[in-house]
Design a protein around this ligand. Structure first.
Ligand code: PMP
Length: 425
């Protein structure tokens, strides 16, 4: 590879060689296969992650979003540990589970009722099934470049036109499934209108209100409101996939932050405090159609897992007590303006994007949609990623992923980070 490490990662390197014998690509999820080889983690605490060779990094990846309180938060740890004392999987309902549901419903304008699942993937899969079951319609619209997990009907390549009929993005996904997946560019109301006009078989529009899986790409003024209006007009449901933005932008996610209420919402990541969790919820008349109260089937051995639910309560306690969103959103604002200064001072044609405690430097013009993001200098970004890692800062390795802040990042950590950005850019 053209880009190698300067830090000593000998142990990580040999672990990767062994791992590749038993795990495809040496990893359990594709983004982790950083070239030429990933670092292997020994432990993590606060905003720091330490590898098996003893290198320490300030972490802006944060498990790809969940660790908003920092790694190994003591309140979350205690809650999980208290639960472990009482056993951790019952196969029966618990009080803690409906109380967490009550707290989530209180925070989300679009959620009256919900079901717990174990991942964001399950959440979007089930939300789409609920939408199809409720409306009796087959198709749905997704945004080009939007990521909703790794189940069949959302694994569809971004089309090059304004909208395209879905072709599977992966072998093993029948086109019979993905032909029901329609695509449209983000921030383009005209294209969305045309698509909704083109068929009366559209159950839902599913979207990340802020595109988080192509770096933060923000909704333009009025876009989300317009989508809400259109979906009502065309009698189709609106699903906000808030697996990233939920509890990140505000306690009530992007729907609270932007004041636009969807019919269905999916959540994950942060509400599990680092434990596996997913949530899909929404209007009572839709969610009541889920089995056993209705005929849309959904089930899971680990759903409402007591350890994840205990972590969820602890996360909410800390977020409330620490006034976390005010703090973190202000920190995000500061980070974006400092990075913008650095970029401007260096005369670089780069763009600093973000909202709340999400941020990112795009190596190119500020994108409005997926096609714009594709024009950014991906290799340049990857080279930059390596330089940062060598200097002890772990940012996401891909131009397509978002940086996150946590309550554990201090002023000193941020200052060190700005200096490193300055040196590496
Ligand atoms: N939706 C969004 C918006 C996501 O970012 C992700 C994961 N990054 C998912 C769904 C899938 O979640 P999980 O990895 O927990 O299945």
């Amino acid at each position: 590879y053209w880009c190698d490490y300067m830090v000593n990662l000998e142990k990580s390197k040999s672990m990767f060689e062994k791992a590749r014998e038993y795990l495809p690509g040496g990893v359990s999820s594709p983004v982790r296969a950083i070239k030429p080889h990933p670092f292997y983690t020994e432990k993590a605490s606060g905003c720091r992650i330490t590898d098996v060779d003893g290198n320490e990094y300030i972490d802006y990846c944060l498990g790809y979003g969940p660790n908003m309180l920092g790694h190994a938060n003591p309140v979350v740890k205690q809650a999980i540990s208290d639960q472990l004392e009482k056993g951790w999987l019952y196969g029966t309902p618990t009080e803690s589970e409906f109380k967490l549901a009550e707290r989530i419903a209180a925070a989300y304008p679009g959620i009256d009722m919900l079901r717990f699942v174990s991942t964001g993937t399950e959440a979007t899969m089930s939300a789409l099934r609920a939408a199809r079951g409720y409306t009796g319609k087959n198709k749905f619209v997704k945004i080009e470049g939007g990521f909703h997990g790794a189940h069949d009907s959302v694994l569809v390549k971004a089309g090059s036109g304004a909208s395209t009929l879905g072709k599977p993005d992966s072998l093993g996904v029948p086109q019979d499934f993905t032909k029901h997946t329609l695509q449209t560019p983000y921030n383009d109301i005209e294209a969305m209108t045309e698509l909704l006009e083109s068929s009366d078989d559209i159950a839902a529009v599913i979207m990340e209100p802020v595109m988080g899986n192509v770096g933060p790409v923000l909704p333009q003024e009025g876009y989300l409101e317009e989508v809400r209006k259109l979906t009502k007009e065309y009698d189709t449901l609106l699903i906000f996939d808030e697996v990233i933005t939920g509890f990140r932008l505000a306690m009530g996610g992007a729907q609270e932050y932007y004041g636009v209420t969807p019919d269905l919402t999916t959540l994950g990541k942060i509400i599990g405090g680092g434990m596996p969790i997913g949530v899909f919820g929404g209007r009572k008349d839709i969610i009541e159609m889920i089995a056993p109260s209705g005929s849309v089937y959904q089930a899971g051995t680990f759903s409402g897992h007591p350890a994840s639910v205990a972590a969820g309560h602890a996360v909410l306690d800390v977020l409330e007590k620490e006034n976390a969103h005010d703090k973190l959103n202000a920190m995000g604002q500061n980070v974006r303006s400092r990075l913008s200064e650095i970029v401007t001072d260096k005369g670089l044609d780069y763009s600093v994007s973000g909202v709340g405690s999400m941020f990112k430097i795009f190596f190119g013009d500020m994108p409005a949609n997926y096609q714009d993001v594709l024009k950014c200098d991906k290799e340049g970004y990857f080279n930059f990623f390596h330089k940062m890692l060598d200097q002890g800062i772990f940012i996401p390795p891909s131009q397509f992923e978002t940086n996150f802040l946590s309550l554990a990042h201090t002023e000193d950590d941020l200052e060190a980070t700005f200096e490193t950005y300055e040196a590496c850019l």
